[in-house]
Design a protein around this ligand. Structure first.
Ligand code: HMG
Length: 396
């Protein structure tokens, strides 16, 4: 049985901040953010958007793209590190908004940016084991990345969700059973204490932790695949490499490290060929935590000019704290056309730029969103309206 991604959906906020504007407001050379970090724009959600609304919008796109009925879903997991409640999972809100069946197993996973991959691997095994009994899994990665205003992490924020329909009809990408390498280690590189809306990070240390995890997971993948050795760089067995993208430069550092492990004396030379297309959309959206690597995969499938049919793609997911996984998939016939048909680039182009004062106002307002009284207006289209009797209210 072949199992993998049948469809994907992507949701990003309707508004963004231009990184060059942010740099000027912070007294930093724009080149540092745009070239030094490799980010042009970062998605910033207004007050009617949260992790739930992003997840629901992405999930709806995935279901519609596969013409899948809500009743076909037997497992819904939302991976997030920016949940909206200590107890009720984002997945339950999504179930309600999408009208999924009551005969569906539903929960939330957390492990920093790795939470979505943990959910995806579980879903793959659920389908492979036969427990799915013909039904599909819906895995949603949804987050709003937030660091303190004026901190080094500020230009690496972002927001968005990626939903993946996982089934034994993997029209987009077959994910290869058994070909996966894991690395985990207790490190304090990035965290968010329970009392804080802003993430805290030991920035340069987090970069080193990411690279150490990449090395461990890549080695572990080669052992699992049992095909190390042979001529040339091991990573040339992949037509593309998709790394977790907290910011574009991190993918460049990751690729340099991986090619150095391969014994490549010119480790940057293959960057544009193997990695470039995966960074088109992330550079416009910023870090979306759990969804970042999957947005990069969507970017690859949507923007790579060459036909990737039948080609192998390497995927590296990293979550601070830490857990990482290197795994691989094979692109299916028609996958690129299906992802292009989602019109993701056009959606990104339609967003509105926020001025820096507008952005700072939104950041302040978001601190109190959990207690905001619900607006009277009915609204529509999966929008957060506020709370009533301590319950979150969403417009459907
Ligand atoms: P910083 O210390 O302010 O920046 O913050 P820097 O001084 O390291 O400069 C950044 C780059 O810009 C450097 O390039 C400079 O040379 C260059 P590099 O040496 O790295 O190649 N630069 C310029 N380039 C062109 N023109 C100029 C210019 N000036 C400087 N004028 C840092 C950087 C990443 C530390 C900060 O943004 C941060 O803390 N970000 C958040 C943490 C993060 O994203 N870590 C990534 C690894 S951990 C991870 O991915 C997990 C995560 O997603 C969370 C999760 O799992 O949930 C974060």
């Amino acid at each position: 049985m072949q199992v993998g991604l049948e469809a994907i959906g992507v949701a990003v906020p309707d508004t963004y901040v231009e990184l060059a504007d942010l740099a000027m407001a912070r007294g930093v050379a724009p080149g540092k953010y745009v070239d030094g970090l490799g980010v042009t724009r970062m998605g910033v959600p207004l007050v009617d958007e949260d992790t739930v609304t992003l997840a629901a919008r992405a999930a709806r796109m995935a279901l519609e793209s596969a013409r899948c009925s809500p009743d076909d879903i037997g497992l819904l997991v939302v991976g997030t590190e920016t949940a909206v409640d200590h107890s009720k999972p984002v997945a339950s809100y999504v179930q309600g908004l999408l009208g999924l069946s009551t005969r569906c197993r539903i929960f939330e996973t957390k492990h920093a940016c790795y939470g979505g991959t943990a959910a995806l691997q579980l879903a793959l095994d659920w389908v492979r084991s036969g427990s799915a009994k013909g039904r599909k899994a819906l895995i949603v990665c949804s987050d709003i990345a937030r660091y303190g205003v004026g901190t080094p992490g500020e230009p690496t924020q972002g927001a968005g969700a990626v939903a993946m329909l996982v089934s034994d009809h993997p029209a987009l990408v077959v994910l290869e059973a058994g070909k996966t390498g894991v690395y985990s280690k207790d490190v304090m590189d990035f965290w968010r204490p329970l009392y804080s809306k802003d993430a805290l990070v030991d920035g340069h240390y987090s970069v080193q932790c990411y690279l150490d995890a990449l090395e461990g997971a890549y080695r572990s993948y080669q052992e699992a695949a049992g095909d190390a050795g042979g001529e040339g760089a091991y990573s040339d067995r992949f037509a593309a490499l998709v790394y977790h993208v907290p910011y574009g430069k991190m993918s460049r550092k990751a690729h340099r490290h991986l090619r150095t492990l391969d014994g490549d004396a010119a480790p940057d030379a293959s960057f544009d060929r193997l990695v470039g297309h995966s960074l088109v959309m992330p550079s416009q959206v910023g870090n979306i935590y759990t969804g970042s690597m999957y947005l990069a995969l969507a970017s690859l499938l949507s923007s790579a000019p060459e036909d990737l049919t039948g080609k192998r793609v390497g995927l590296f997911s990293y979550g601070s704290g830490s857990c990482a996984e290197f795994f691989s998939g094979v692109v299916q016939d028609g996958a690129q056309a299906r992802v292009k048909a989602l019109g993701l680039e056009a959606r990104l182009a339609r967003r509105r730029a926020l001025s820096i004062p507008e952005y700072e106002d939104v950041m302040r307002a978001r601190e109190h969103l959990d207690e905001r009284p619900a607006a009277d207006a009915a609204g529509s289209g999966f929008r957060y309206q506020g709370t009533r009797d301590h319950k979150r209210i969403y417009a459907t």
